[in-house]
Each structure stands twice: as C-alpha cells, then as structure tokens.
Design a protein around this ligand. Structure first.
Ligand code: GLY
Length: 380
C-alpha cells in the first residue's frame, strides 16, 4: 500500500528529503526500530542522487588532510558492509566496484602537484601509488599517450548510484519506514523551542523530531513565519554525459584536473562534469557538453568514436563553507540537519545515516564528526 500523509498523521521522526541521504537515514532509524516517515517532494532520489556518477573517491578529490577527508574516508570504508547488508535486505546489488581510481597529470606542473598529493597522503597513512606514464598506460592502454604521470588510489571505488537509490528505498520500506513521494514539506512548526510538527502539501504530521535532508532545496523549508535570511545552501549545477562503451575503454574511474570518466558494468561510460552557479536551472547546455567532451577526450581520445546515450544535470547542494551540515540544532530540540553534501552525497550516505542514528539514539558519535554540526552557522 502507498504511504500517504493526511492531517493528523504521526511519526517519531519525520525526514524531509528522499535522496540517498534521507533514505540512508530512514533505513538506519528503521533498523533502530523508530517510527519513521520520509517526505519527498518528487520521486525518491530523482535529483542529485540520480544525477551523480557514484564515485567513492575521497582521496582523489582531497587537497589536504583534514576532518572532511577523515569523514569521507570513514564513509567510503563503510561501503563494503553497506553494500553487503543492502544486498541481504533487498536482493539488489549496488555494483560496488573496487578496481580503483586513477588521477592523471598532463603537464610537468600537474605531475608535481600529483607528487605532492602522493607525499602528504603517504605520510597520512593512506594507500596511494605513484605511476609513470608507461605504468599507467599498461594498466589502462586506451588512456591518452600525452599523460606525464598518474596516481592510483586502490581504495577509491565507485558504486551504481541509481541502484543504490532503489536498494535504499526497498530496504527502508522492508524495515518498516513509511516513505511518501510527491509530498512537499513546507515548514516545521516549533513550540517552545521544540519541534512539534511538519506542515506538508497534504496535511500536518505530528512529530517531536524532524531531519532536514533536502539538499539544494533546504532553504525552502520555513520555520513558522520566520525570515529566510541569507541562504544556507546554494545549488551548483553539474552536467553529465553518458556514452556507450562496449567493449569498455577503461576499467578504473579516471580523473584529470578538469574532468572524469566512470565506466559502468553494463557498458555505459559516464563523463563529467561542470560546476555552475545558475540557480535551480537543470538544463544541459551546448557549452557544458563541449567542456565535458573536451575533458573526456583529453583523458581517452578513443571516446570520440563512442555513441552518445544520454545527458542530464543535477544540483549539488553547497553550504556557505563547502562542508556538509550533519548534526543536531543547538537552538531547537528535536531538529537535525543532514544536508549540504555538495559533491559527496553518494560517498557520505552511509556515515550520515550512522551519525544521525547515533545522535537520535543518544549515542556518542565519532569525535571528528563534531566539525560538521550546524552550530557553526547562525541558524535554527
Ligand atoms: N563528485 C563528483 C561531482 O560532483 O562532479
């Protein structure tokens, strides 16, 4: 039976947002036997979660050793068990691929940058290999002969993010969470500094806890009649191009400083992406596609002959300081944030579920996760 919201509905916890973050939290809380109601304004995972390329690549994307890298690596390291338990719960294989990630340098300056990254990651105890151009080409013969050097991150993986959405929906529902699509949460009703209810397009839900997990749409949630103030989160468009590569032209996820290629098990080859501040516009543009194609061909010139299968764009949710908001509100009892994951929603889905699950159940979360609490901004 389809889950619905009507005036007077009740839950222990209402999750606002049905992307991978909200769904991962719904599953985690349902595993902990809470009565969970998730509200999604459209279809589950249809926004940034479906638009993503599914890279689990904290090391490839890191410029320094900091709490964000620790959070991202901790979440990546949860993936093998996450994938396994999701499979046991649902029978859905989320295609966790552990081939690894390559990062290419095309100039001497880029090669020096990679060497720096190699050195600091090695001294931070992270697994990384430095490869000559010949070594990289022997691993991936279809890469450009112009490469100067490469890093290989054997623990930076990828997952099929659209299968992940399906698995999380199925797991959360089987565990007893109620998931409502096409229901828009409009405001959170606060009484005496406590969450009392969530107002929706189909009625009011009474709940003492609400979790904001609606990514780029976070600022549309009102608190009573309060002023919206400076936006907390802005949408950042990422366009994607999907090619057909049968047989595959690469096995690894491959990055350059400018773009990336992600080979999928079924023969798709994803190429990404743009970083554009254009509000809520999800158009795919000629300019965006030209940029993606140029960067893809720089990595693997043979991609020029591949058929184009699809293209799309998603809105990454970026906070004012670029780091996600994960934790409890200091001002309002029962209010939690799990949003603003920017380029890392798929990667951070398992750990975000665990952190919010621990907080709601009164357990001590891992110490470095404090850095992501909403208290760092002046918000509710
Ligand atoms: N995580 C890759 C991207 O946002 O393009």
């Amino acid at each position: 039976m389809k889950d619905v919201v009507t005036n007077g509905s009740k839950a222990d916890v209402v999750i606002i947002g049905g992307g991978v973050i909200g769904l991962s939290i719904a599953r985690e809380l349902a595993r902990r036997k809470l009565d969970v109601l998730l509200l999604e304004r459209g279809r589950f995972g249809a926004e940034a979660s479906a638009a993503a390329a599914g890279m689990l690549a904290p090391q490839a994307e890191a410029d320094r050793d900091d709490d964000f890298l620790r959070l991202a690596c901790a979440s990546r390291d949860l993936y093998p068990e996450f994938a396994q338990t999701l499979y046991e719960e649902t029978g859905i294989d989320i295609e966790l691929d552990r081939t690894g990630t390559l990062y290419l340098a095309f100039t001497e300056e880029e090669a020096r940058e990679l060497e720096k990254r190699y050195r600091w990651q090695k001294s931070a105890g992270l697994e990384v290999e430095i490869l000559s151009a010949a070594e990289a080409l022997s691993l991936e013969p279809k890469l450009s002969p112009e490469i100067q050097a490469a890093l290989r991150f054997p623990r930076d993986w990828q997952v099929e993010n659209r299968r992940l959405i399906g698995a999380l929906v199925c797991a959360a529902q089987k565990l007893g969470a109620r998931l409502c699509a096409d229901v828009e949460a409009t405001s959170i009703k606060i009484e005496g500094k406590r969450v009392e209810a969530v107002e929706t397009s189909t009625g009011r839900v009474h709940a003492a806890m609400a979790i904001i997990a609606c990514g780029a749409w976070t600022d549309l949630i009102r608190f009573g009649e309060g002023d919206l103030g400076e936006p907390l989160i802005r949408p950042v468009r990422g366009q994607m191009l999907c090619l057909e590569a049968r047989p595959p032209i690469v096995r690894h996820v491959v990055y350059s400083l400018r773009g990336y290629l992600v080979p999928r098990r079924d023969g798709r080859l994803l190429a990404g992406s743009t970083i554009e501040r254009v509000g809520f516009d999800k158009s795919v543009t000629v300019h965006g596609l030209r940029e993606i194609i140029d960067h893809a061909l720089e990595i693997a010139p043979e991609a020029a002959a591949l058929p184009v299968r699809d293209s799309w764009a998603g809105l990454r949710p970026q906070t004012r300081d670029g780091w996600p908001l994960i934790g409890a509100s200091e001002a309002i009892e029962g209010l939690f944030y799990a949003t603003g994951h920017y380029r890392n929603g798929i990667l951070l889905a398992p750990i975000t579920g665990k952190i919010i699950g621990s907080l709601i159940c009164g357990e001590e979360p891992q110490s470095f996760t404090e850095r992501f609490t909403p208290a760092r901004f002046k918000i509710k």
